[in-house]
Ligand binder design. Sequence first.
Ligand SMILES: Nc1ncnc2c1ncn2[C@@H]1O[C@H](COP(=O)(O)OP(=O)(O)OP(=O)(O)O)[C@@H](O)[C@H]1O
Length: 270
Amino acid sequence: MATPEPSIVVKDLTMAYGSFVVQRDLTFTVNQGDIFIIMGGSGCGKSTLMHHLTGLKEPATGDVWYGKVNFWKATVAEREAIMRKVGVLYQSGALWSSMTLAENIALPLNEYTDLTKSEIQEMASLKLALVGLSGFEDYYPSEISGGMQKRAGLARAMALDPKILFFDEPSAGLDPVSAHLLDELILELRDSLGTTIVVVTHELASIFAIGNNSVFLDPESKTMIAGGDPNMLLKQSRDPKVRRFLTRGLDDGTKPVSSPAGPAAERDGQ
Ligand SMILES: Nc1ncnc2c1ncn2[C@@H]1O[C@H](COP(=O)(O)OP(=O)(O)OP(=O)(O)O)[C@@H](O)[C@H]1O
């Protein structure tokens, strides 16, 4: 198998709000085509890390590399060029309620492309089809379910064909069936388009079903204490905190345990 190309390299990153350090010395690589999970307990700094990777928050120290560009040391123009290739879907960053789904998706296309009105309409329909929402162009967000709203948000985040997609808590507020469908869609997008996807989540079922790489942030030591394929971590990590998290508190490493996420995790485990 070919060696995967790095998409993002994080090196010795320390994140802080003023004098309050959230995490220090983070070093990891997100490879092209990864579904990379940022995980850890509440308040450990997952969203803060996502903000450092998406241009919203500057590191206290350390670097974030996108290919050969040192993001936070680059010019504003270079940073903008990188962010043009990045799609972001925040937990609350839903759709504009006063616009139809097609109009929502047309927004970034209007702003960043020279496409004609009819090309934009066509593109919006294509993106909706990509997420299984063909025929919903003229619906308003309030007229569709929460799961469909997430998928429409995903269509909008995919509007400019990003190479990397960030997704904050995709399954938040969804019932288990809709959450599972969204996981399937994320896998499909990665497989069909090759999009690198970085996901912030603490949903274990999702972590095991879609993640092939990860970083695990610990709020107590304020640094990463694990990383890599979550299914491998479940099998191999001996760290009590990692084990407790991945087994929903059932196991701290003193005895072998099977996956709490059930057959899917067992099946997908390498
Ligand atoms: N704007 C801010 N100013 C100061 N402190 C902040 C700010 N945003 C977050 N924090 C603090 O930084 C720490 C990490 O927060 P963050 O939201 O990144 O964690 P998280 O892992 O995403 O949490 P959760 O799982 O609860 O969403 C927390 O202690 C939080 O209170």
